[in-house]
Design a protein around this ligand. Structure first.
Ligand code: HEM
Length: 218
């Protein structure tokens, strides 16, 4: 319907600016409300005509239909899985590995909003005290740092992490491998969490229950 009856309106009826799908594997969870964890869940959403097909029927885009019920199209299981395959192909390995031209220098990020003002004593060396390897859900080689040398020395286990130390990747990319997908689910290629690589699930195998491990899970 475009912006009918008003010409060239930039917005209408709570519409959302849709992100492009380049690197979509790496940008979960999906939609503006983060309501879908996997790309298969996105496909299911479209195939059933959205989450509120009845209550939203007057404002729903006419391109979004319940493909199971309406006869214009009837995607097979293989075709739905093929859509997930297709979207996983949008991942550029240079992005996943943070290799040139997508490499970055070392980043020291405040984590919890309690990082102190820089007063000359909280310098780079102080921020990088008391560092431990962050959980695998974080990027390869990333560290939690307590960031307070005196406090760490006094009570090494009592000081929570204030900073995330993200190492420089270098032009060749992260030596530790690809950046993990949201919640560490498996996607297009092998990574530290999923050395077996693509976990392509079709049919009954894609009903993963509470153990959603792959972009192919419902
Ligand atoms: C099978 C076909 C389609 C696929 C595989 C698909 C895939 C996707 C994916 C993966 C996202 C999430 C992007 C992100 O959050 O990073 C998305 C968002 C979106 N798509 Fe689609 N799409 C399809 C059809 C459509 C159609 C037919 C329309 C509109 C007529 C549409 C409109 C949108 C909009 C507005 C968003 C943003 C929604 C939000 O952020 O809440 N899509 N799409």
């Amino acid at each position: 319907m475009g912006t009918w009856p008003f010409v060239n309106r930039v917005n209408r009826f709570g519409s959302f600016k849709a992100p492009q799908l380049r690197e979509v594997e790496l940008t979960g969870p999906y939609f503006h409300n983060g309501g879908k964890l996997t790309l298969r869940q996105v496909v299911d959403f479209y195939v059933r005509g959205g989450d509120f097909p009845v209550t939203n029927s007057t404002h729903r885009d006419f391109n979004i239909l319940n493909l199971n019920a309406e006869l214009q199209s009837d995607l097979s299981e293989e075709e739905k899985v093929a859509l997930v395959d297709y979207m996983l192909e949008f991942t550029d390995d240079r992005v996943a590995l943070e290799a040139a031209p997508f490499d970055h220098p070392q980043l020291i990020l405040p984590l919890d909003g309690t990082a102190p003002e820089s007063d000359g004593t909280i310098n780079r060396d102080a921020m990088l005290t008391g560092c431990v390897l962050a959980p695998a859900l974080f990027g390869p080689g990333q560290q939690f740092c307590a960031g307070n040398a005196a406090a760490v020395a006094a009570a090494p286990t009592a000081t929570g992490p204030l900073f995330l130390n993200v190492p420089a990747t270098g032009a060749a990319g992260n030596p530790g491998g690809r950046i993990p997908n949201f919640l560490g689910i498996a996607g297009a290629a092998p990574d530290a969490a999923n050395p077996g690589g693509r976990q392509r699930l079709v049919g009954a195998a894609a009903f993963c229950g509470t153990n959603v491990t792959s972009q192919y899970c419902h």
